[in-house]
Design a protein around this ligand. Structure first.
Ligand code: PEP
Ligand code: MG
Length: 323
C-alpha cells in the first residue's frame, strides 16, 4: 500500500468528480520541512512556532526567529506557509517565562492572550515574521482567538509593526494573508462576523473538541468524550466553512481530525478547502480523496449532520458510504 501511495507524490488532490482540495502538513521546526516535501504536501498549514521558544533557554531573538522562518519559507519555494504565532500556556511551559499557577491552565493564560499582554515578546515575533515574508508565501495565524476584539487588536498591532519596519527601510511582503485558528466554540459561532475581517480560518479540532465537550484532551478518564464525529462538532465545522465561503474566504483544518481517514470524507463533503496533517498522513489521504466523489460526500455530510444523533451513527454512515 505504501508503494501505491508513494506514486501520488506529484498527483493532484482531486476527487473523482474533479474537485480539488489542498493537502498540507504541520511542522514544529524547520527540520520538518524535508518530510513535508518528501510526502508531496502542497503547503504547510500549521507551523507551531512555540517549539522555537521551548527549545531555547531564553526568549529567541528576532534574528534567530527570522532565520527559522526564512529557512522554512525558502525551502517551500513559493508554496504557502501558515505560521501560527506562539501558543505557549495550557500544557506548554517555558522555563524562562514565569506563568501564573492556574486552576485550569487550558482555560487560562495562553497563546494570543499572552501575546496581547506581553507586547514586547509579540513584537519580536511579528518583526521576525514580517522580515521573513519576502522570502516566500507567508500566511500569519493567531491561536486561541475567542473574540473579534482580540483579532482586531492582534491585526492592528501587526500592521503597526509593519509600518515601523517600512519606516526603517525594511522590505515587507504586501501579500500576507492574516487568519485565525478556530478552536474556541465562541469563535466558531461568530464565524460569519469573523469572515468579514479575516483572510482565512484554520480549525483547530484538538482544542475545539475539548472546549465543546468540556473534556480535557489530556485526561484519559474523559477521553470517551473526545468525539470528532459527534454531530455537534460537525455542525460547528460546517458553520465555519459556510461562513468563510459566503465571504469568499477559505477554511482549513490543522487539528488531528484533518488527517483522520474516517473524518476526511465528511470534511470533504462539508466543503473544507485545506487539510493540514502530519506529513506521514498526506499520501494516504491523497489516495483516499482520489477515490471519493464530492457530490456523494456532500450527501453523506448532510445526512450525518441532520439525521445522526451520535458519533457511532456517523461512523457507521461513513463506513457504509465508503466501503
Ligand atoms: C488544535 O488545537 O487543533 C491545534 C492544531 O493546535 P494545538 O494542537 O497545537 O493546540
Ligand atoms: Mg490548539
Amino acid at each position: 500500500q505504501k508503494a501505491e501511495w508513494a506514486k501520488l507524490v506529484d498527483s493532484p488532490s482531486e476527487t473523482k468528480d474533479g474537485h480539488t482540495v489542498e493537502l498540507a502538513a504541520n511542522i514544529g521546526t524547520p527540520k520538518d520541512v524535508t518530510a513535508v516535501l518528501e510526502n508531496g504536501a502542497e503547503a504547510i498549514g500549521l507551523y507551531r512556532t512555540e517549539f522555537l521558544y521551548m527549545d531555547s533557554s531564553d526568549f529567541p531573538t528576532e534574528d534567530e526567529q527570522y532565520d527559522a522562518y526564512r529557512e522554512v519559507l525558502e525551502a517551500m519555494d513559493g508554496k504557502a506557509v501558515v505560521v501560527r504565532t506562539m501558543d505557549i500556556g495550557g500544557d506548554k511551559e517555558l522555563p524562562y517565562l514565569e506563568l501564573p499557577e492556574e486552576m485550569n491552565p487550558f482555560l487560562g493564560y495562553r497563546a494570543i492572550r499572552i501575546s496581547l499582554d506581553k507586547k514586547d515578546m509579540f513584537k519580536t515575533q511579528l518583526r521576525a515574521l514580517l522580515r521573513a515574508s519576502v522570502h516566500g508565501k507567508l500566511r500569519i495565524m493567531f491561536p486561541m482567538i475567542a473574540t473579534l476584539q482580540e483579532f482586531r487588536e492582534a491585526k492592528s498591532f501587526l500592521l503597526e509593526v509593519k509600518e515601523e519596519l517600512l519606516s526603517e527601510g525594511v522590505e515587507v511582503s504586501e501579500d500576507i494573508q492574516i487568519g485565525i485558528m478556530v478552536e474556541i466554540p465562541a469563535a466558531a459561532m461568530l464565524a460569519d462576523q469573523f469572515a468579514k475581517e479575516v483572510d482565512f480560518f484554520s480549525i483547530g479540532t484538538n482544542d475545539l473538541i475539548q472546549y465543546s465537550m468540556a473534556a480535557d484532551r489530556m485526561n484519559e478518564r474523559v477521553s470517551y468524550l473526545y468525539q470528532p464525529y459527534n454531530p455537534s462538532i460537525l455542525r460547528l465545522i460546517k458553520n465555519v466553512i459556510d461562513a468563510s465561503h459566503a465571504e469568499g474566504k477559505w477554511t482549513g483544518m490543522c487539528g488531528e481530525m484533518a488527517g483522520d481517514q474516517t473524518a476526511v470524507p465528511l470534511l470533504l463533503g462539508l466543503g473544507l478547502d485545506e487539510f493540514s496533517m502530519s506529513a506521514s498522513s498526506v499520501l494516504k489521504t491523497r489516495s483516499l480523496v482520489r477515490r471519493l466523489n464530492l457530490t456523494d460526500m456532500q450527501a453523506l455530510a448532510e445526512k450525518a449532520i441532520n439525521e445522526c444523533t451520535s458519533s457511532e451513527e456517523v461512523v457507521a454512515l461513513v463506513e457504509e458510504a465508503t466501503k
